[in-house]
Design a binder for this molecule. Structure first.
Ligand SMILES: Nc1ncnc2c1ncn2[C@@H]1O[C@H](COP(=O)(O)OP(=O)(O)OP(=O)(O)O)[C@@H](O)[C@H]1O
Ligand SMILES: [Mg+2]
Length: 216
């Protein structure tokens, strides 16, 4: 449980090009139809400072940063996002729908960069206390398919320049987290059409709402 107020905290995860941002608005509309219109936000980002940090992290041109710096910047942006946006909303009873959250840090920095789960867990406990998402939906598809979808964009960012092996570690970590925490982390097949993925997400949301006693 998110542990604050009566709002629920739902996060969307998956490798580059899985379709998270595309699916976000449809998910928000679906929740609104069920009486739970969410605040829609994203990480890294969600505040002016967070968006500035996002720019540093994605940095299309520079020569990068070490994995520790990357993880610390992400959690600095997260602290601000939680303080200014997420916690106040949850405490006011509002639902929050976030495009990526800490599962992405386990996947990209913990597994992808090889920082390990323990370091991420220390920062998670520090910055979040007991706050965890109530539900995390992982959009899963083969790495090559996600890359093909994302490949249509302009200059690749710092993550998109990584090799397939990096994204295989990211994908495997997401799937492992779903196996380890099946109640919270649920996997959606994202390899189909946008309509198929949207339907799967809606069904997944309804199942969870019913299980949680939040919808008939
Ligand atoms: N199910 C789908 N089938 C085909 N194309 C899709 C599908 N979902 C999204 N796309 C397209 O793939 C591209 C990437 O989608 P999107 O930006 O939503 O992915 P993302 O998961 O948010 O990626 P990133 O992690 O890089 O932010 C977009 O051009 C989008 O229109
Ligand atoms: Mg996106």
């Amino acid at each position: 449980m998110s542990g604050t107020g009566s709002g629920r905290f739902i996060t969307l995860e998956g490798v580059e090009g899985a379709g998270k941002t595309t699916a976000l608005e449809a998910m928000a509309s679906h929740l609104a139809e069920r009486g739970h219109a969410p605040l829609v936000t994203r990480e890294p980002g969600g505040t002016d400072l967070g968006e500035a940090v996002r720019g540093l992290l994605l940095d299309h041109a520079g020569d990068g940063m070490c994995a520790d710096t990357e993880a610390l910047l992400i959690f600095a942006a997260r602290a601000e996002h939680l303080h200014r946006v997420v916690r106040p909303a949850l405490e006011a009873g509002q639902w929050v729908l976030c495009d990526r959250f800490t599962d992405a840090t386990y996947a990209y920095q913990g597994a992808g960069r090889g920082l390990g789960n323990e370091r991420v867990a220390v920062l998670e406990d520090w910055v979040q206390g007991p706050l965890r998402p109530d539900l995390t939906l992982v959009l899963d598809l083969p790495v090559s398919q996600g890359r093909a979808r994302a490949g249509g964009r302009s200059a690749p960012d710092r993550f998109e320049r990584e090799q397939d092996a990096f994204f295989e570690r990211v994908r495997a970590c997401y799937l492992r987290r779903a196996t380890d925490e099946p109640q919270r982390v649920r996997v959606v097949d994202a390899s189909g059409s946008q309509a198929d993925v949207r339907l799967s997400l809606q069904q997944m949301l309804d199942t969870w709402l019913r299980e949680s006693g939040l919808h008939d």
